[in-house]
Design a binder for this molecule. Structure first.
Ligand code: SF4
Length: 302
């Protein structure tokens, strides 16, 4: 499976993330994988992404193609060979919407289950595939995070343009979550990425809380990493903490972003299909940022 690709470059950052630029043998396409905390690899499921969330570098140029099973496995194998040890976990949270590559991703998750349990992050599109992942006999994942990022339909349509609308998404969750075993329910979560001026207002947060509260799932509250392909910006730390406190007061079980997710090198939404074609915040097109030393968990926020 290693022959499906090769590590073209590795960029390590002071925060500990190691980002691997992987060239795929089949057609020379490039994807990125990120190692964070030294034991968990965030892998990409597509070259680019067709959901085209306006805040995410991974979807800025649309999708070129989905990765085959061998190419998913190659990301894990190449990084394990480079580190000369086995990984503990993988997360399908890099470039791409995993459910747009449902067959290969399902097979990958099953193959990973024995020694490297796999989790995934999805916008929920298409809903019939999400229904499968929520079913008691669905793929045996190690975590399913559903990106919501909005409390109203208008904001959802703006931030997750090709994802399902909130009404059918929450209708499906309301139907399936009560039938989910306690263990699987604990491994299912919602995600809310805080973007200044888009979804950080009281009305939006209250609407999200009203949708999420009955499900009693954990909510990952992600801080936003600015990317050069987008004019969106995150909120400052006091506002982020105020939003966290607000959602907790609303009765939600909220977890804050880890430091690995907020790193420039491989943090949420920063992975791209072909980095050299994208202008970076601190440098000219084709140049890595000055703060990046050599490659890491550049997870998208799916
Ligand atoms: S956030 Fe996820 S779903 Fe949205 S464009 Fe980026 S990779 Fe695709």
């Amino acid at each position: 499976m290693i022959s499906a690709g090769s590590i073209e470059r590795e960029v390590a950052s002071p925060g500990g993330n190691r980002r691997f630029v992987i060239r795929l043998a089949a057609d020379g396409a490039v994807v990125e994988s990120v190692l964070y905390r030294g034991d968990t690899l965030c892998v990409s499921s597509q070259v680019g992404c067709g959901v085209r969330c306006p805040f995410c570098a991974s979807g800025a140029h649309g999708v070129a193609r989905s990765l085959g099973l061998e190419e998913l496995l190659a990301q894990r194998a190449l990084v394990e060979a480079r580190m000369d040890r086995l990984l503990a976990r993988v997360a399908l949270s890099g470039s791409g919407e995993p459910l747009h590559n449902h067959e290969a991703v399902s097979a990958f998750v099953e193959l990973c289950r024995e020694r490297t349990p796999a989790s995934l992050t999805t916008t929920g599109a298409p809903l019939h595939h999400l229904a499968r992942w929520l079913a008691p006999d669905g793929p045996r994942h190690n975590g399913l995070t559903i990106s919501v990022h909005a409390g109203t339909e208008a904001t959802r349509a703006r931030l997750v343009p090709k994802g399902p609308a909130l009404a059918p998404l929450f209708a499906l969750l309301a139907e399936r979550i009560p039938q989910t075993s306690g263990r699987r329910r604990k491994k299912t979560a919602l995600a809310y990425l805080v973007i200044a001026g888009e979804n950080d207002g009281d009305e939006e947060l209250a609407a999200f809380a009203a949708l999420a509260r009955p499900l009693r799932l954990f909510v990952h509250l992600y801080a936003y990493n600015a990317v050069p392909t987008s004019a969106h910006r995150g909120v400052d730390r006091p506002r982020y903490e105020a939003i966290y406190a607000r959602l907790v007061r609303e009765g939600l079980r909220v977890r804050m972003s880890s430091e690995a997710r907020t790193e420039d090198n491989g943090g949420c939404g920063t992975l791209v299909a072909v980095r050299g074609l994208t202008a970076h915040r601190d440098g000219a097109p084709g140049h890595e940022r000055a703060t990046v030393h050599d490659d890491e968990d550049a997870c998208a926020t799916s």
